[in-house]
Write a protein that binds this ligand. Sequence first.
Ligand SMILES: Nc1ncnc2c1ncn2[C@@H]1O[C@H](COP(=O)(O)OP(=O)(O)OP(=O)(O)O)[C@@H](O)[C@H]1O
Ligand SMILES: [Mg+2]
Length: 399
Amino acid sequence: MERRVLIVGEAAGPEENVRAVLQRFGFSDPDKAATLGEALGMLRLDHYDLFIVPLQVMDVVQMAALDREMRKGQATFMIGTAPVADPDLILRAMRAGVHEFVLFPPNPEEFASAVDRLMRRMQSEVQRGKIFGVYSGKGGLGCTTIAVNLADGFARNHTTARVAIADLVVAGGDVRVLLNLKPAYHMGDLVPKLERLDTDLLRSLLTPTSRGVWALPGPDDPEYDNKLDGNVVGNILEHLRHDFAFTVLDCEHHLSERTLTALDAVDRILLITELTVPALRSTKRALALCGRLGYPDEKMCVVVNRYQSGEVLSLADAGEVLKHEIFWKIPNDYKGAASAMAKGVPVAEHETDSKLAASYKQLAAKLGGGSSGRNSLENGAGGTGAGRLSRLFGMKKRG
Ligand SMILES: Nc1ncnc2c1ncn2[C@@H]1O[C@H](COP(=O)(O)OP(=O)(O)OP(=O)(O)O)[C@@H](O)[C@H]1O
Ligand SMILES: [Mg+2]
């Protein structure tokens, strides 16, 4: 698809020079506006990749209007031009969202290198993948199962995207078991190679699985507990983010420096719980902790695993206890989960049409877009366990 550019007046200099440069960077013929006011009107209706404005004619009011429109994100990048490189003017322009300043009339080389810098920046922003950390304060709630199947869900929803699953559990991580891997390398093997880690090396250290998910299992040797510290893990995650559109982390329950670094770094935390009192208590503690760590509410996605209707505690009870939205629920299907695990494949590969497989795929869609992301949460009020819960958690029942 061609990139789009909007130019105000003669801000970019002589037409033929501009066209030649822009064409090289994949832009279509420029759209033109006579005045800034007209251009801002066009921006309200349409998105542009690049917006070129003359700074010298702008007064304070126009700068402020420009700033407001740029904040709406209707233009990805902006170049400002002026005949003199006046530091005050440049500073005000930067504050109004201008990314690059070019002297007017722009000479083709300088203009080209400004556009080049912006296009590179666009590339690296596009290439920033998303990382999802699957975490629970207690063991056995289903983190590894969800991590493996969520990664598989991303791969199914985005067939051309690169997807990774990384096991942050040192000694006894189950990702390798659930995917029946005989990995040549594990996360610990990255430690001595970090300095020279690039895309090719990273790919050679990950183990491909059948559905296009690349796996990085945890080390079995407990000696790596110290080696894989916060710094190292932070570094590895940046590499994964750069190389994979989606990375899923199976986090340790223990809040080590490693786990905290991972939780800090991820875009979303899937906080796994169940509709049982011990699980909800642990989840409540984890939410409080994440609040103290300064994570915004939207970062925390509470996922109720092994959901079945008619349980003593309802989803509404859970929402009330946790004082947090329940982001997703995954149906209880012990046989489905256990037999996929025994085979060493994701649930969707074992039983494509099961409700459990659909739930993972829809969760992946809700988190990562693509495919149908219907949220099938039902939030029935009340629930038989409310009285007991109130006592346990010291909360008043809503009347
Ligand atoms: N939706 C589900 N329905 C029924 N059983 C499930 C479901 N999800 C996971 N399980 C089962 O729950 C058990 C624990 O799952 P899993 O190992 O993924 O949890 P975990 O949080 O990673 O545990 P650990 O503390 O050992 O790391 C497994 O036997 C798994 O098959
Ligand atoms: Mg586990």
